[in-house]
Ligand binder design. Structure first.
Ligand code: FES
Length: 114
């Protein structure tokens, strides 16, 4: 992944669940991969159970309040480039419980930028 743009309007915070169910599916490797890209504009931290144990590893991006499910280390570059750098969440990884409608999510995020 390239450098995060300095024009990024707000600091992003990514939580990666490190509790039992998510750990069984490589959430530790997801956290390690994300932490390699942490910096002043991107905070990355482990979390306890985020309540989505059946669809882990669970990743949450704030302040966008975007939830990803079944995230694997190979998905990290796509999340960073498409979501964190370009502001467009990765549709195929979105948790359907929180984001049943992709266009509605995009509209909400766009409204947040104003
Ligand atoms: S164990 Fe990860 S969401 Fe519950």
């Amino acid at each position: 992944m390239g450098e995060l743009p300095s024009s990024q309007p707000q600091r992003q915070f990514i939580q990666v669940c490190q509790y039992r169910s998510c750990q069984r599916f490589q959430s530790d490797a997801v956290l390690t991969a994300l932490k390699q890209h942490a910096g002043p504009e991107l905070m990355v931290a482990a979390s306890s159970c985020l309540g989505q144990c059946g669809s882990g590893p669970t990743v949450r991006v704030a302040p966008d309040n975007v939830w990803y499910c079944r995230v694997q280390p190979k998905d990290i570059d796509e999340i960073l480039e498409q979501h964190i750098c370009q502001g467009k969440p990765v549709k195929r990884l979105l948790h359907p419980r929180f984001h049943p409608d992709y266009n509605r999510l995009l509209a909400r995020l766009k409204a947040q930028d104003i």
